[in-house]
Design a protein around this ligand. Sequence first.
Ligand code: NAP
Ligand code: F7E
Length: 348
Amino acid sequence: MGKVKKKIALIFGITGQDGSYLAEILLKKNYIIHGVKRRSSSANTERIDHLFDSLNFTNKNFYIHYGDISDGTSTLNIINKIKPDEIYNLAAQSHVRVSFDIPEYTADITALGALRILEAIKILKLKKTKYYQASSSEMYGLVKKRKSLNEKIHFHPRSIYGVSKVFAYHTAVHYREAYKIFACNGILFNHESPRRGPTFVTKKIVQGLVRIKNGQQKKLSLGNLYAIRDWGHAKDYAISMWKILQYKKPEDWVIATNKEYTVKKFVTMVAKKLEISLKWKGKGLNEKAIDTHTGKIIIDVNSKHFRPSEVDFLKGDFSKAKKLLKWKPALSTDELIDDMIDFEISNN
Ligand code: NAP
Ligand code: F7E
């Protein structure tokens, strides 16, 4: 019997939260992984250092290439060299708040980056290459009714990040329809993990409260405490990306937990697990939480964390993925918090 040819995956955004989990999953499935890393002044490979030996390159199934999706030529060259079976586009300027400060840059990376990859697949006539687009619940933006959102709900983005993701979403659909490329969108709701970037709200809360508990930080300043999000674990969501590309047809999928929490509830859950007793008082910019043991204010609200336009409510209906992909989240938001706290305590 001949050897089964290993599948080749190319991951843009390999150094990010999701890229690192996806690489782990695909390596276990016996894929050869190629990841694209942009040049930076520091190594920035903390999330993937356990997967490859950056000095000796001992993992023969894992390769890193310098590239940048703002650079169409290098993007095309990498895809041409590797001719992957599957391309996962997880690369983005992914911070919604930051997209208000650098809108043009965000659109270049988050919107046009996707176009550059799809155009390369088209130009190179890679008929067998499948494409995954990291679409986002931020595309829904302003929702009319506070109900679970599915694949049929229309988009009304509230930031250039959201607008850019809508562009990338429709670009994937367009290349599927016009050029028969196997292009899929995973519309992923918020997903977090110990590897989440420190300025996203869940990581900021867990890290902040652990440090406050340890006496290393005095106060945590937050923005809108009443935004509602559907928070899952990134490890579960990375599995869905692979499943989406294994489905018989290229389609678009909502991935979520279908549970809702306010930012304030998330704070309360983390504080309770850390045995910090909170008393909330005040409203709006004057809202604060006091540690009842010390009498000190440990949480306040700072307008610098507000967004010019907010997405107030996001909760996802993942019934299509559950039925057809047999995907569902293995970990609850409560278990996600446990994982994030355990990591923070052992790595602080
Ligand atoms: P992340 O941690 O911010 O990772 C983003 C990745 O993109 C990083 O590897 C980053 O590299 C890379 N990148 C940024 N600009 C690039 C460029 N010009 N060229 C090449 N690579 C570039 O984000 P994540 O949470 O893993 O999310 C993965 C994807 O899913 C993103 O597209 C995000 O917008 C989308 N998404 C995320 C969520 C969520 O809740 N996490 C939900 C829906 C959709 P550096 O390490 O060099 O910065
Ligand atoms: O904010 C509120 C904030 O920045 C969540 C990205 O992965 O998920 C993420 O986008 C909520 C917002 O995530 C602070 O106003 C309050 O309502 O953690 P976040 P996000 O904006 O939902 C989507 C699905 C993506 O696609 C994105 O790539 O929390 N909030 N106080 C705060 N947010 C932050 N960051 N910092 C605060 O102090």
